[in-house]
Design a protein around this ligand. Structure first.
Ligand code: GLU
Length: 304
């Protein structure tokens, strides 16, 4: 039996956060993953990304299960819930700490905005990340270890940030990923430096989106990360973290986003496009699936 298994078994995941109802964009992403797994006789995993305790709610998790089952999807149990694996993220963070690639960043959002505004008032163009947010100033990179320790021990709020320049130097060499958007796919150059010193963990939560997604994709042996185009640039950070932590790179595919009538990406607060509302309005799973893929020209994934 074993000999007849394909050498590379496809494992994909859909990884929503239970902080609102799933909308058409999520249906699209879940179905992209599901169909890939079906086509390639692979495995579709559901992962619950619930590290943000302030915003995640159990009833939204229940709604995720209901909506996806209604769409006709199923997945192996138990699902991986990020809040149950904080030690795994702590361990990855400790590796980066041992490499001296992270530092405690003490500036509040307001402090940081003030520092940036004053640099800009002096005429300096302040760098922005691919989402348009200004880079973190990062003066603490040069702080003496004893001073860092003293401030941490004094209970000052802080976040662990990646020292991006040192991390890129540590990863040494070109970082790329395979974007599987055509028959052959194409290699994309990663540009993690465009993000500045990203947050990897917070004082009370030993992880962040970037760190937990990188660890989980590795732990779950994900071969193909299929997700919306809004996360295309984040892949640069994930490739860097994979390299620093010694994880192999999965393949990636960033699919088109479902947009509203004015071309804006859907949001969880927009109830009309919630899968649950469509179900309540009497739509069938097949018509929701059709709508989730409507307006996508063939090959559209290659145009960004
Ligand atoms: N949890 C993320 C979200 O809901 C998705 C993460 C990913 O697919 O990498 O947007």
């Amino acid at each position: 039996m074993r000999d007849s298994l394909p050498p590379h078994r496809t494992i994909v995941r859909f990884a929503p956060s239970p902080n609102g109802l799933l909308h058409l964009g999520h249906a699209r992403s879940a179905l992209e993953n599901w169909r890939t797994a079906e086509r390639e006789h692979g495995t579709f995993l559901l992962r619950i990304e619930d590290i943000d305790a302030d915003r995640c709610r159990p009833h939204y998790e229940t709604a995720i299960f209901e909506d996806l089952s209604w769409l006709g999807l199923d997945w192996p149990l138990p699902v991986r819930r990020q809040s149950e694996h904080l030690d795994a993220y702590r361990e990855a963070l400790a590796e980066l700490q041992a490499l001296d690639l992270v530092y405690p960043a003490f500036l509040s959002r307001a402090d940081s905005a003030r520092a940036i505004a004053s640099a800009e008032a002096d005429g300096a163009a302040w760098p922005r990340d691919p989402d348009g947010a200004p880079h973190y100033p990062g003066a603490e990179r040069a702080m003496a270890a004893s001073q860092r320790r003293r401030r941490v021990e004094a209970g000052e709020p802080f976040a662990w940030r990646l020292d991006m320049r040192a991390a890129c130097a540590g990863a040494a060499g070109r970082l790329q990923w395979l974007e599987a958007d055509g028959a052959a796919g194409r290699m994309v150059e990663a540009d993690p430096a465009s993000w500045g010193d990203v947050v990897l963990a917070r004082r009370d939560t030993p992880t962040s989106y970037h760190l937990s997604v990188t660890v989980d994709d590795h732990v779950q042996a994900i071969t193909d990360v299929i997700r919306g185009r809004d996360l295309y640039h984040a892949t640069s950070v994930h490739r860097l973290l994979q390299t620093l932590l010694g994880f192999p790179a999965p393949r990636y595919r960033h699919h088109g986003l479902v947009t509203d009538a004015s071309g804006r990406k859907l949001s969880k607060s927009d109830g009309d496009t919630a899968i649950a509302s469509m179900r309540a309005a009497g739509m069938s799973p097949a018509s929701v699936a059709r709508l989730a893929f409507a307006g996508e020209a063939p090959g559209d994934d290659q145009t960004f």
